[in-house]
Every structure is written in structure tokens, then in C-alpha cells.
Design a protein. Structure first.
Length: 528
């Protein structure tokens, strides 16, 4: 250790009455890791020196541990109560590539961890510096099929897609894992090329993440999620840029503890999986969550809620979001689809979950895949609202075609759509494109001011297909030029429909097409 010893620091710091969170950072003691023996050389592992600085700050009541400009290397370091790690501009902390430099096992961490905290309060990661995982991956033959995308994988194989994908090279390190902590502030830092989840907060309370950058390869960064919020409460994520191979921002509940009171706003996101996601780990409930004022670019899936472990997901709001969705290699979850809500059971013993009270407001999205609301379990998706939503369909960029309709809702109770439109690329098209909107087994359907057409100009597919819809109110349907049939109605269980003001400008060839199996006495046509 250089200059002063740890004991000298402890003695001097006991003279300062420090209360983390009350004094401004400038009033807290600052401990330079170089003074504890850290070396700005990635060939030297400085874990012990960095930990000594953290321990010194902690034992004396708190402080700021400073990483000056330079490149440092470490294994697991443990952040403690009332301590801030400040990475100054030009400072980079690299993860060691030697598995022996990591502490294992760690509570609430399934992988080796670079920066770890458990049960601490008032902790921060700040500055303009970087944390770098030095992730490596290899492109190899597919080892086994992911059962969740088994059909997609087979479809890709039949289409002639090469059955290879990227795999991680060990050590499989998560860069930041914070568990059971309170009052957490992460601001300004850049987190790059984590092998596993870049930033994981589990069972935490009162988290603020602002102006961070999280980056991993969009091509090869498997499992390198950006920010994972797991069974945590009172979380705010703002003004951040995240571009990651796997999910960008994802909320999970590994434990029965809920995820609640979460706000994500003013972020720019790219992902080869999903940009803004809830699930699939869903043992505890999710409630009171807002995703707003975000821009999503070059993502494989825009917005999704996937419940597989029995959680109830409620009071979720997506608003003021623009998304551009683009298909990825077959191994990624996602179809270039803007929106996906899904309830299923992970296995036969899983509880059945529910999605309810979810709204999408002021959403403008383009994509290559079908936006879907669906469930394998009946009566599990309820009270879904779309207000001022624009969806555009573009041709797919891979040979394994997947898209048909632009929007599909199956077995939903209480679906409301106001001012919703669908458009399609007329220059490059797909032969499988069909309906603009397809509703099947939907109960309590309310539609006002819906615009669009079917996928292919002048095809026989209706702009809107209603199949076995029970209790519906549809008003102001505005087909675009090239629409053949505006509304098609099918299914012997179709009943209690009220339809008014369809194609007032007479742009379609045929306003209504009703199947022979439909009891037309169950349909009431009104004029304004």
C-alpha cells in the first residue's frame, strides 16, 4: 500500500461526523484507490486495494472511493453502507478474466459478479468513467433448441437459415449485482460488454438510475441484459442510453416480493430481444409501473409483458413511445413486433397468472412482426386500452417469415381501442400478410376511430376480422384506399355486436362480410 496505511485513514476519518445522504458529495471524505495500492494496469489485479479503500470508507462512517483516470482490473469487490464509487472521466474498471478472482457463491447472484452489494444502504456508483466486462462469445452450431421458440427454430431451419448462434465464453460475469439494499444511486457511468446481465438490482428499495450508458453487442451479446429490476420497489430510471444484445430494461420477480412503483422515462433503447419488458420470471406481482417518453430504435421487440410463473400484472402504463422494430437472428426472442402480451404456464406445476389494467397511449411503432395479445390460459388478460396508437408493418429481413396480421387479440376480456391505425409498406410486401386487425374470442370489445386496411392491396382479407366476439361496440371504421372488405365477421359464438359508421367515405369495395355461421340477429347496425 502506498503512503498512508488503512489504520491511518481510519483514525483520521473518525474525526469527521459523516451522515450519508445529508451532506453533499463534496463534503464527504474522498479516498483515492491509488493510495491503497491500486495500479492503473490491466495486467495487475487490484481487487484487494479497491476493497481496502471501500472498507476504510465504510468503517469510518462513509465516503467516496475515487477511481482516477486509468485502466484498472479487479475481481469481486463488495460495496458497503454509505459508500460511493466515483469513476472519474478516463477511468475504466475492467472485469478480470480469471474465474479465481471472483467470490462464489453470493446470495441473490447466479453468476460471478464484479461489483456486488448485499444488505447495504445509501450506496452509489457515479462518475463519467466506465465499467467493462471484456465479454467474449463464439459462433457455433446450435447445441440445443430453446423450447420457448421451438416452432420458430424449426421454421428457420426449414427456410434454410444456418443453425448456428453465439455462445458466451467463461467467466460468465455480471458486472453489477445489488441485492437487498436501500437508497441506491447510479448515475453517469458507462457499463460495457458484460457477459451476463449488466446491471441487476434484486429485492431493493428506493433506486435511482440516471444518465447511464449500458452497451453490449447487438449481434452476439446473448444474456447481456442492460438493466434488470428484480422483485424491487420504488425505482426510477431516467435519461439513459441502453443498447444491448438481450433485453434492454426488464422487470422480473424471481421471488414472491413484488415489483412495484417503477418509472422508466426519457430513455433511448436498442435491443436484440425486448426494449421494455416485464417477465418472464414472474413469481411475485407487478403493479403501478410506468414506461414513458422513450425512444426505441433497432429493436427485435418493442414492449412486452410475459407472465409464466403465476404473477398478477396490473396498472401498467406505456405512453409517449416511438419504436422501430427489426427482426433478428432466429435464436433471439422476438419477431420484430412492437407489442406482445402473453400469459402461459412455465410448466405443469406453475400457477396461472394474469395481466390486467394495462394501457398504451401515444405509441408510434413500426415493425416486421405481428403485435399480439394472447394467452394459453383462458380469461387471464383483462382491461387493456390502446389510445392514439399507430402501427406500421414492414417486410421481414429474414427468409423464415412469421408475420400475418398487423394486430391480433385472442381471448381478451375488456379490450378498448381509440384512435388506432395500421399501415403497411406498399413497395416491399410479404405474401402472408393478411388482416390489419384480428379479434378472436374477445369479450367486451370497444373500438372508436380505427383506421387501416388489410396487408396486401385489394386482397380478400378484411381490414378487421371479428371471430367469436362477444359483446362489442365498434364505431367509426375508416378503411384506407385499397381495402376490399372493411369488416369480416365469423364464428357461431359471435353475439351482441353494435356496429356503426363503417366506411363513411366509401373507400372499400365492401363494408361488411358476414359468415353463414353467424346469427345476424346478434348484430345491430346503427347510423349516426
Amino acid at each position: 500500500m502506498k503512503s498512508k496505511s488503512v489504520m491511518q485513514f481510519l483514525f483520521s476519518m473518525t474525526l469527521l461526523p459523516i451522515c450519508f445522504g445529508v451532506f453533499a458529495q463534496g463534503e464527504l471524505q474522498r479516498l483515492n484507490i491509488s493510495d491503497f495500492g491500486a495500479v492503473a494496469d490491466t495486467n495487475v489485479v487490484s481487487t484487494e486495494a479497491i476493497q481496502a479503500a471501500i472498507d476504510s470508507a465504510y468503517l469510518s462512517g462513509g465516503g467516496i472511493v475515487v477511481f482516477p483516470a486509468g485502466n484498472y482490473c479487479a475481481g469481486t469487490i463488495v460495496l458497503k453502507k454509505n459508500v460511493t464509487l466515483l469513476l472519474e472521466e478516463g477511468a475504466t474498471l475492467y472485469a478480470s478474466t480469471d474465474i479465481n478472482d471472483y467470490r462464489m457463491p453470493l446470495d441473490d447472484a447466479t453468476k460471478p459478479v464484479l461489483i456486488y452489494a448485499n444488505g447495504a444502504e445509501n450506496i452509489s456508483l457515479t462518475g463519467k468513467g466506465r465499467i467493462h466486462g471484456r465479454a467474449k462469445r463464439v459462433y457455433r452450431d446450435l447445441k440445443k433448441v430453446d423450447l420457448f421458440i421451438e416452432d420458430i427454430t424449426e421454421n428457420a431451419r426449414k427456410a434454410g437459415v444456418e443453425m448456428k448462434r453465439f455462445y458466451v465464453v467463461k467467466p460468465d460475469v455480471s458486472l453489477i449485482n445489488i441485492a437487498k439494499c436501500k437508497n441506491i444511486n447510479i448515475e453517469g457511468i458507462t457499463v460495457e460488454e458484460s457477459t451476463f446481465w449488466s446491471m441487476h438490482l434484486v429485492r431493493c428499495i428506493n433506486v435511482r438510475i440516471n444518465a447511464v450508458r449500458v452497451i453490449s453487442s447487438l449481434e452476439s451479446g446473448v444474456n447481456s441484459d442492460g438493466i434488470d429490476i428484480n422483485s424491487s420497489q420504488d425505482v426510477v430510471i431516467t435519461n439513459s442510453f441502453i443498447s444491448t444484445g438481450d433485453d434492454a430494461i426488464v422487470l422480473k420477480t424471481r421471488y414472491i416480493d413484488p415489483c412495484q412503483n417503477i418509472r422508466v422515462s426519457n430513455c433511448t433503447l436498442s435491443s436484440s430481444s425486448t426494449a421494455l419488458k416485464i417477465g418472464t420470471e414472474s413469481h411475485g406481482d407487478f403493479r403501478d409501473i410506468k414506461f414513458e417518453n422513450c425512444t426505441i430504435e433497432n429493436t427485435n421487440r418493442g414492449l412486452s409483458i410475459v407472465v409464466m410463473d403465476g404473477a398478477t400484472v396490473e396498472n401498467i402504463h406505456f405512453s409517449n413511445i416511438e419504436a422501430n422494430c427489426t427482426r433478428r437472428h432466429f435464436n433471439w426472442w422476438g419477431n420484430g413486433d412492437p407489442i406482445w402480451l402473453y400469459v402461459s404456464k412455465r410448466n405443469v406445476d406453475s400457477r396461472i397468472g394474469e395481466i390486467r389494467a394495462v394501457s398504451f397511449t401515444n405509441i408510434k411503432a413500426s415493425g416486421m412482426g405481428t403485435s399480439r395479445i394472447e394467452s394459453t390460459e383462458s380469461n387471464t388478460i383483462k382491461d387493456i386500452k390502446f389510445n392514439n396508437v399507430e402501427l406500421k408493418m414492414n417486410a421481414e429481413n429474414y427468409p423464415d417469415k412469421r408475420a400475418g396480421c398487423a394486430f391480433v387479440a385472442i381471448d381478451v376480456t375488456g379490450l378498448e381501442m381509440n384512435n388506432v391505425s395500421v399501415s403497411w409498406d406498399d413497395i416491399i410486401t410479404e405474401p402472408n400478410w393478411s388482416n390489419g386487425f384480428f379479434f378472436s374470442g374477445v369479450k367486451q370489445l370497444k373500438i372508436r376511430n380505427i383506421e387501416g386496411r388489410q396487408g396486401l392491396l385489394n386482397s380478400e382479407n378484411p381490414m378487421i376480422l371479428l371471430n367469436n366476439v362477444n359483446s362489442g361496440y365498434i364505431q367509426n371504421v375508416l378503411p384506407k384506399e385499397g381495402t376490399n372488405v372493411t369488416i369480416g365477421i365469423s364464428g357461431g359464438n359471435t353475439k351482441d355486436l353494435i356496429i356503426m359508421n363503417v366506411d363513411p367515405m366509401m373507400k372499400s369495395k365492401k363494408a361488411m362480410q358476414i359468415g353463414d355461421e353467424v346469427d345476424e340477429s346478434e348484430i345491430e347496425f346503427r347510423t349516426e
